[in-house]
Unconditional design. Sequence first.
Lengths: 271, 201
Amino acid sequence: MKPRLGAARLAALTLALAAPAWAQDDPRDPWEPFNRKVEAFNTAVDDAAFKPLAEGYRKVLPDPVRTGVGNFFGNLVDAWSVVNHLLQGKVVSAAQMTLRVASNTVFGLGGVLDPATEFGLEKQSEDLGQTLGHWGVPTGPYLVLPLLGPANVRDGVARPVDVYAVGLGAWGAEPAVAWGTSGLELVHLRSELLSATNLLDDIALDRYAFVRDAYLARRRNLVWDGNPPEEDDGDDAAVDEVPPEAPAVPASAASAAAPAETPASAASAPQ
Amino acid sequence: MTIAQLTRRLAAFAAAATLGAAALAATAPDVLIQQLSTEVIDTVKGDKAIQGGDLTKINALVDTKVMPLVDFERMTASAVGRHWRTATPAQRERLQAEFKALLVRTYSGALAQVKDQTVAMRPFRTAPDATEVVVRTEIKGRGDPIQLDYRLAKSGDSWKVYDFNVLGVWLVDQYRSSFNQEVNANGIDGLIAKLAERNKK
């Protein structure tokens, strides 16, 4: 029993030491020490496997082939976006995206080409995390998922569903084929991000915080379709929606108060 | 009408006339952004060196076309936050220089991607007497359009950009927390040193 206790203490001590002295408590990120560890794990896996694979993929396949791969998966993402547009009650964009998927599937050789963009059918992506956000589901704290990377609790729940729905498995393909294409998709996505992640190391003072802040801002913006209300001194209509008799929120849950404004109920819906 | 009254009226009239003239002279913020983005994209499209990431040329482009329309002191000050007040003039100058170099490096890679993109202006509404506005644009090409918004403030009779937003992430917000961390740990000079180190790579 004794040595075990010692190990636990040692672990606690290491944890305490590992937390950088300058670390500040961000109310949106109460699990920061845990998240940093998962991110370190992800980075190790990425350095050992994903990044080299993606670099090889980029070297071996010529540009047009990679574009085709991207278009093919993009078409599956578009089909899933249709479902999410509908779930958010955005009928017009659902119809436009349906047209886009249909054109690319029929005229684009199953989605390998992207003639729809030429026709002026613009890509408008929506995922399940955005749909949940649209209906006011709170984000919950920031959460780094093993292998899948930055998320919050809401997106962490939604993303596996997204991954499944976009994979060929959901379309009835053999498991072997579905796993193979999902693997290819991951490598393709990683290869698209090579220059971005390399740049990140150059420009971020603290990579973890940089990615977190960008992720949270980006997702919030997506849920609001590019028009989020001001956070600080919000003079937006959304503020009026917080009922005056709302119970006081403890400081730790303050970050969860933001979702009280929901895009679905915002009086001044954009466009 | 006494002389005093007459003078007051004349003064008021003169002031109104001056303001009116200024309003006419100032280019509307959305027009300003449209001109700027078109000019930058056209320059990049016609210049292989810039597309290849030639930092000297990119810096020249930024200095001649972009910087005159940017209130870079305000941008740096907001990114540094409350610590800006304690910085000496020399430190402020260094911070601006290093921050600018960091941003140029950040976006020089993106310029290499400019091919057949176009800039579309999103609807712009503002009160006639507004002194701070947001101009929203989209870069259209392949894939989802790239959101690119600008915050502008009126200084004198011209509009200056003091923050911008790529894909929903405001630049100043993005850097504020890490700048703050660094200053808390190692002071303003620590932040300057860290930025300089990043820029040397």
